[in-house]
Design a protein around this ligand. Structure first.
Ligand SMILES: NC(=O)c1ccc[n+]([C@@H]2O[C@H](COP(=O)([O-])OP(=O)(O)OC[C@H]3O[C@@H](n4cnc5c(N)ncnc54)[C@H](OP(=O)(O)O)[C@@H]3O)[C@@H](O)[C@H]2O)c1
Length: 325
């Protein structure tokens, strides 16, 4: 697996997103033993970048990762996130990036991950009630104390990134980016390159939609988060299947799977981009990491650049409202 630098931090260019091992998708079907095997297989295949968050579960996803990397901590770049749980009483779902909340959050994450340092610590969502300078100032102190090594932001706007980076270098921005979510290309990617900040695309497989495995909303359980995502609902779902067919045509030609094509296209966007496909299954870890070897032709990339646009916003109204714009 090739390694790249995101803002000065070395990672495998394909990472592993751990969220679906404990939360949001296929609730109740996750199996910790298989998830642990998937993590170990990823490490064996040269994946060094594992992504979690205190809100995943909440908490149990970090515990799972902590257990799985025991004895192999040095092989892993552990990335986690704070700010989606307010420890002052608001609880899960309440955005809070105040310095006091960060202090509580980091101690909890360190404990659950079974480590004395976090490689990459992200603010999960920008907090409209706390100036970003205060948040990054608090994080900079954690860097000095050795509790975290790098600072990241998630779904931050260009203005917020500039302000944050002026306080302390930001290593990576994590934001949704995939074949059906191209928003970061206009402003974010040029800015990140100007500042030397790496980019970690989340949901690089479109929450699984782009793999072609989900052919109908009925395949998703009632409590599956995707049931609230506009792109997975009714007419939109049906229309978006056209994108899957277009990706499939390239996949057949390239002798690859749709997931591999989606990942190879992202990798072709630059060597400062490190996607974190999510899965809780060994076979999919193997499939996804093999995208590292897939070189798409210029003509295939051009076709993928010109897919039918997605129908529906990428998050629900409430989800979009939490995004810094
Ligand atoms: N910063 C943020 O706000 C934010 C938001 C969302 C996600 N994330 C991070 O990004 C990571 C990835 O995003 P994501 O999980 O939302 O979406 P994703 O990576 O686009 O897709 C994951 C979904 O696709 C399925 N899948 C994975 N590989 C597959 C394959 N080869 N063939 C068929 N299906 C496949 C998974 O199912 P199985 O698990 O059953 O294999 C899962 O349901 C998360 O784990 C999390 O760490 C961050």
């Amino acid at each position: 697996m090739k390694k790249i630098s995101i803002g000065g931090l070395q990672v495998s260019r394909i990472g592993l997103g751990a969220m679906s091992m404990s939360a949001f998708y296929d609730i109740g079907t996750a199996n910790d033993a298989e998830s642990t095997r998937a993590i170990h297989r990823a490490l064996d295949l040269g994946v060094t970048h594992i992504d979690t968050a205190e809100i995943y579960g909440p908490y149990i996803n970090e515990e799972l990762i902590g257990q799985a990397v025991k004895g192999r901590r040095d092989q892993v770049v552990l990335a986690t996130k704070f700010g989606f749980i307010s420890h002052a009483g608001g609880g899960p779902g309440v955005i809070d990036s105040s310095p006091t909340n960060i202090r509580v959050a980091v101690e909890g994450s360190l404990k659950r991950l079974g480590t004395d340092y976090i490689d990459l610590y992200y603010q999960h969502r920008v907090d409209p009630n706390t100036p970003i300078e205060d948040t990054v100032g608090a994080l900079a102190k954690l860097v000095v104390e050795g509790k975290i090594r790098h600072i990241g932001l998630s779904e931050a706007s260009p203005r917020t990134i500039r302000r944050a980076h002026a306080v302390h270098p930001i290593t990576a921005l994590q934001t949704e980016y995939s074949l059906w979510t191209r928003d970061p290309e206009a402003e974010l990617l040029p800015l990140l390159r100007e500042l030397g900040v790496g980019f970690v695309p989340y949901s690089p497989l479109g929450h699984g939609f782009l793999t072609g495995e989900i052919r109908s909303p009925e395949q998703l359980g009632d409590d599956d988060w995707r049931k609230t995502n506009p792109r997975f609902i009714g007419e939109n779902f049906q229309r978006n299947l056209r994108i899957v067919e277009e990706v499939k045509a390239v996949a057949v030609e390239a002798g690859a799977t749709l997931a591999q094509v989606a990942l190879a296209w992202l990798l072709a966007q630059g060597d400062d981009i490190a996607p974190i496909p999510g899965t809780k299954r060994v076979a999919r870890v193997e499939e996804n990491t093999a995208a590292d070897q897939l070189e798409l032709s210029a003509e295939q990339i051009n076709r993928l650049n010109n897919l039918t646009s997605a129908t529906g916003e990428r998050h629900s109204e409430a989800g979009m409202a939490a995004i810094d714009r």
